[in-house]
Structures are given as C-alpha cells and as structure tokens.
Unconditional design. Sequence first.
Length: 255
Amino acid sequence: MQEPEQHVVNHAESAAGAAVAGLIVPGMGSDHCAGIVKTSLARLEGVGEVQTNLATHRVEIRYDAARLRPEDLRAAVERAGYDVTAVQEHAGGRSTAADVDAEEDYLALAWRRFVIAAVPTTLIMVLMAVHMFTVPVPGYLLIIALLAFPVVFLYGGFATHRSAWRSLTNRTANMDVLISMGSLPPYLIGLVGFVYPMTSFIEMASTIMTFHMLGRYLETRAKGRASQAIRRLITLGAKTAMVERGGVVHTATLH
C-alpha cells in the first residue's frame, strides 16, 4: 500500500534540539492547500522543518521554542485562511484520540453548514421553477433575497468569506477566495433589481455557496475515512514474533 503523501520543507536555520508541535488542519485537503500552509509557516523566524500529511490533516513543525510558541504557529496557519482544530506540543507524528475527536467535530460542523445552506437554497430553486415556468410569484426578488442572505453571509458563508479575507491579507489564495468571488458579486448585483428591472443572480450566489458546503462535507468525510483506514492498518502490525533458538521456539514481544 502506498504511504500517505507527505510534504517537507527544510530550512538551514533549524536549530539543534528544536521543539516539535503538531497542528490539525481539517481544511488542508490538497497539495495547493498544503503549499499555502507551509509557505505561511516558513515566513516565521525560528521555524525549522515543516511536514504536512494530507491523509490525516496533520502538520508537524520543528521550531525554536525560544523564539516561537505553538500559538504563534497556529496563528500563522489561521492567517492563511485555514482553521486549526487542535494544537499539540511535543508531537510524535502519530494520530491521537484528540485528532480523531477534532476530525469528528469538524465533520459534524461541515454537515450543519451544508444543511443550513441546503434548506433555503432548495426553497429558492422551487420558487424559481414556479416563477419561471408556471406563474409569477409576488415579491419573488424580496423572498429569494431573504432566503439567500443566511446562506451567503451567515454561518458557512461567513466562515468562507472570513477565510478568503485572511488568505488574501496573507498574500495567498485558497479555494474560499474563489467561492467568495463567485457568490458575493451575484448576490449584490441581484439587489439592483429592486431599483432597476433586470435578471436576478441571487439564486446563483446561493447555489454556489451550497455546493461549496456540500463539497467541503464530502471531502471531510472522505478524508476522515481514509485517515481511519490508515490508523487501522497501523494497529494491524504484529505484536509478537516466534524465535527459534537451539531448537526451542520462544515468543518475543515486539515494541
């Protein structure tokens, strides 16, 4: 079985005996995301080696404890637009119960965000079909603007725009930047319809954000299953070995 892909950044300034910290970054789901995380951490003075594991969403950092704290590492990743659900000092490279809990919490959060976005968006799609193909719906623009507002601007939408803003101010660009660019302009342009007759694009904004929430949930669930499978494979390692010495078979415990 192929080992999970890892990305490593080394810096010549790495100090001997540097401290090690581990971060859980559930939103780090691609090589591009891992590159942004590494670049953001590499900008900190005192960071030595950075390892990212996409399968387990873990980031291992060797750093100079005299110049940095684990919270400084966390802040650097969050400035890049990614949430950090757990920070572990003296990380040993293996997933722990805290990692599992963090993944489950993030999966539950992704599901709630999707449901909160999907319900209003489904109503918008039904109203749009009736308005376009059956009979005009009185107050249609106001209704869909109110329904789409929490999808685009609250909860999952707010988290997406906040991540996009952090990413841009960090001079990087993650997927949330693209989603914000695809959802904010259609909604705001659609409001022009209140003063000037034009085609509404608010439905598009709500749909884009909802599909983004769905994609984030499916990605988180798939990554969670992959990391769980990897953990199970690790635990399947042999615990004992049979050793024959002088014709006598001994059982040795493996550590």
